[in-house]
Design a protein around this ligand. Structure first.
Ligand code: C2O
Ligand code: CU
Ligand code: CU
Length: 477
């Protein structure tokens, strides 16, 4: 039977500071859910695939009346879905048609840092471009692409820069999961925005503790609906918000089955009727709509606010038949049985710190040897009274979550993760291995906390091949 828990510290969630903005229903007519199409390769040459992505400005008809000035990749808002296949090599040209510097960060992708990874050391200046090449060597997963210039990440995402990234592989295909993009395999990029005379205004909306918007914006659609024409639909949830946690459930508490987390398939499917995601987290779920009749309507809600309507169409009901084991997650033995690194997220508002410090682009905060398997303790020291959840993210790898305050992790945390919500007062134990060298960021993924400086960097070194990195300073951004 489904799990009825959101898996989070409810007291902390419900005692958020007074600046919390509850979502409202937009009073715009309903619109079909936008499903960003797959990015078309410039060229395919055997196992080598060539893509181009351009960060640009544009305008989008979101509200009634004036169009909204927005930013996007290869379009006016968000971007095309970028498809990778495990084992193939990608050659990507990253172009900047904006009036300011940006970067292209591959959130969740195991590629070398700090340049290919697209963190703050990989600027693409206005009118310029950068070419990167990498071979995808990780399993099927739902990842994403977003800008990462320091300290302008939050505003650039708010303006519209973000895209979903899919990795596919043979193992996942052998499971015969729904894979018809836009029909039974659907992205659900969850964001929230406020409009002033139909325009975004980051400065006006800004909150140092994480900017919240008044209205849901789902895949860049206001007030969206989706016509269900298949009994079983895969929803790929991505919390692409600057700050907002999404507490997901259907209006009738219809159950759904989570099949994957940030870095790929879960070892076992987990059935829920409630699920919370913090910023940057992903969860793929299967929903079996077979219990409904043609003409029925059910909505997805967060905080009891409906943000995505499903209109049930015509299809033949089916049973959800999933194997008991979806994936085998290797149980790597740590090189040291004790935690070798302890990192602390503290504070709120402009007092946020990581290990008591603010980010410095030219400081390496910690080092770890390539391929070593390490235990890290990640603590959120905010106390219960005015604490908040900090979503902790590490670049360049996927990790495993072992314990929360010494207790078992939640039922959907047995797979690969790259972002983990850490509750106030909690310490999370993770097992982490980097298989790519480089300098990588680790930080709170509330984008305003990251921009304030709740971020640090780790150097992954190969003793046999020492590398000297050129670390930019903020002035070069
Ligand atoms: Cu999703 Cu450092 O970022
Ligand atoms: Cu990242
Ligand atoms: Cu934070």
């Amino acid at each position: 039977s489904p799990i009825h828990d959101y898996f989070f510290d409810k007291t902390a969630f419900d005692s958020r500071d007074g600046a919390y903005i509850h979502l409202q229903q937009p009073n715009t007519p309903e619109a079909p859910l936008n499903v960003p199409e797959m990015l078309t390769p410039d060229k395919v040459d055997g196992d080598d695939i060539y893509y181009t992505l351009t960060a640009q400005t544009g305008s989008t008809q979101l509200l009634t009346g004036a169009v909204t000035q927005t930013w996007g990749y290869n379009g006016s808002l968000l971007g095309p879905t970028v498809l990778f296949e495990t084992g193939k090599t990608y050659h990507i040209t990253l172009k900047n048609a904006l009036n300011e510097v940006t970067t292209f960060h591959w959130h969740g992708l195991n590629i070398v840092g700090p340049y290919d990874d697209g963190g703050p050391h990989a600027p693409v200046y206005p009118g310029g471009e950068r070419k990167i090449t990498f071979t995808v060597d990780q399993p099927s997963a739902t990842l994403w692409l977003h800008p990462h210039p320091c300290p302008e990440t939050a505003r650039q995402v708010w303006n519209g820069l973000a895209a979903m990234v899919l990795i596919k592989d043979d193992h996942e295909r052998s499971l015969n999961l729904p894979a018809d993009w836009g029909k039974n395999d659907i992205p659900v990029i969850m964001q929230d925005r406020t409009y002033y005379d139909n325009q975004l205004n980051y400065q006006k909306s800004y909150d140092v503790d994480g900017t919240l918007g008044e209205y849901p914006l789902i895949n860049g659609t206001l007030n969206p609906y989706f016509e269900v024409t298949s009994p079983i639909v895969r929803l790929r949830f991505l919390d692409g918000s600057n700050r907002r946690e999404w507490r997901l459930h259907f209006s009738d508490n219809h159950p759904f089955t989570q099949i994957s987390s940030d870095g790929g398939l879960l070892p076992q499917p987990v059935e829920f009727d409630h699920l919370m995601l913090t910023t940057a987290e992903r969860a793929d779920v299967l929903v079996n709509f077979s219990d409904y009749q043609e003409g029925d309507v059910v909505t997805l809600q967060t905080d009891d606010l409906s943000f995505l309507t499903f209109k049930i169409g015509k299809f033949d009901p089916e049973d959800l038949n999933l194997p008991e084991t979806l994936a085998t997650i290797p149980d790597l033995t740590p090189d040291d049985p004790e935690p070798t690194f302890h990192t602390v997220m503290s504070g709120m508002d402009d007092e946020v710190r990581l290990d008591g410090k603010l980010f410095d682009m030219q400081r390496i905060d910690t080092r770890q040897e390539l391929n070593k398997v390490a235990l890290w303790e990640v603590t959120n020291t905010n106390d219960m009274d005015d604490g908040m959840i900090h979503p902790f993210h590490v670049h360049g790898c996927q990790f495993q979550v072992l314990k929360r305050d010494g207790h078992d992790v939640y039922a959907n945390e047995h797979g690969w993760k790259d972002t983990i919500g850490v509750n106030p007062g909690e310490t999370v134990l993770i097992k982490i291995q980097f298989t790519k060298p480089g300098v990588f960021m680790y930080h709170c993924h509330i984008l305003e906390h990251e921009d304030t400086g709740m971020m640090a960097q780790i150097e992954i070194y190969d003793p046999k091949h020492p590398v000297k990195y050129h670390l930019l300073s903020m002035d070069e951004m």
